[in-house]
Design a protein around this ligand. Structure first.
Ligand SMILES: Cc1ncc(COP(=O)(O)O)c(C=O)c1O
Length: 368
């Protein structure tokens, strides 16, 4: 049996008629610039998150950048974030002119460690940016209390957390503002680039609207030096088709995760945990696995896709060396990089495929 890590082609075939009809409608109307689909998606996404504003932008990376800029964070400001994230989180801080300060993760859910965050706060700290990694919410109570105590801004990197919830609040509605990515492999993925900022603040939403569109306020009037980073109508049309299926897709991901957990209970691997009050959206299903690389080779031989997010933590990437991030001592982050492996998870995965993947993992350890 072949089990790909992700099967976007099959998903597309199921949605094809509806997606093509939406694209056709968008192009036929020739309203391709911040038009009806972007506005409708912004409303629908704001509703999903339970926030006042959702503002579509060109990518998740730009969403992070714009949030920082809208909060007035730039040169001389430090932003604390976990090193267990995609490099975009760090890039956007640098793009805003601020200084990234990376901290370790709490090992259970791979999210920012609140104690390490407290220890990293200096007079220059302006914001904390937890990442809801793999679609599991960070400890927002603890981080939120720290931000309140030290008067810091709180930005959620929810790029992997569409539809995840923390103690009754949707990810994306807890901080001063939040960012989502519509990169194609995400739980809500475009067929191109896209991102979204969510916030309850009128001022932040207004500033992001200016930043994404050349500071444009009215015909021939540009209030600030901005960017060309709009969400395009065609991507918005596609995302609206997919948004209708997000919750059902997330529900299926949760079922698959629970099934993997059950089937792997006897294997010497650590399956994902769900912190109290958290409803993850299982963007990825992550194991800690002894002899991880040998397991990966075994899965490959059996036709099963896998990945290692992240094989090398961001602070040890060559790109981050000039920033001095490699000097951070982050034992849990480094340990995770040696141990994690992701198994296939997506709504179209069948029960038989899940059983086959789990059985293959068990077979690997049984053969020790
Ligand atoms: C945690 C995290 N932050 C930010 C981003 C950036 O999003 P994009 O690829 O849409 O620019 C990603 C995308 O993979 C991500 O996983």
């Amino acid at each position: 049996m072949e089990v790909p890590l992700l099967d976007l082609k099959s998903e597309y075939l199921e949605l094809r008629d509806e997606v093509l009809a939406s694209i056709d409608e968008a192009i036929s109307s020739m309203q391709l610039f911040l038009g009806p689909n972007v506005h409708a998606l912004e409303q629908e996404f704001a509703e999903l998150c339970g926030v006042k504003h959702a503002v579509g932008v060109g990518s998740g990376t730009e969403a992070v950048h714009f949030c920082l800029r809208a909060l007035g964070i730039g040169e001389g400001d430090e932003v604390i974030t976990p090193a267990w994230t995609f490099i975009a989180t760090i890039e956007a801080i640098v793009h805003a002119g601020a200084t990234p300060v990376v901290v370790d993760i709490a090992p259970a859910a791979y999210c920012i460690d609140p104690d390490a965050t407290r220890a990293a706060i200096t007079d220059a700290t302006a914001a904390v940016m937890p990442v809801h990694i793999y679609g599991h919410p960070a400890d927002m109570d603890a981080v939120g209390e720290l931000c309140a105590e030290y008067d810091l801004k709180l930005i959620e990197d929810a790029a992997q957390a569409h539809g995840a919830a923390y103690k009754g609040q949707m990810c994306g509605s807890i901080g001063d503002c939040a960012v989502f990515s519509f990169y194609l492999s995400k739980n809500l993925g475009a067929y191109g680039e896209g991102g979204m900022v969510t916030t309850n603040s009128d001022a932040i939403a207004d500033e992001v609207r200016l930043l994404r569109n050349h500071g444009h306020v009215s015909k021939f009037e540009h209030k600030i030096i901005g960017y060309n980073s709009r969400l395009d109508e065609i991507q918005a049309a596609i995302l609206r088709v997919k948004l209708k299926r997000l919750e059902a897709g997330n529900q299926r991901r949760r079922e698959i995760a629970a099934r993997y957990n059950e089937l792997l209970a006897e294997a010497p691997v650590t399956t994902p945990t769900e912190a109290d009050g958290c409803i993850p959206c299982y963007h990825l299903y992550t194991l800690r696995a002894p002899r991880r690389d040998e397991l990966a080779a075994h899965l490959h031989k059996r036709g099963i896709g896998y990945q290692m997010h992240y094989r090398a933590p961001v602070h040890l990437q060559p790109a981050c060396k000039p920033l001095g991030l490699d000097r951070a001592i982050l034992p849990e982050t480094v340990k995770a990089a040696d141990e994690v492996i992701q198994l296939p998870i997506y709504p179209g995965l069948t029960d038989e495929q899940v059983a086959y993947v789990a059985q293959t993992v068990c077979e690997f350890y049984g053969g020790q």
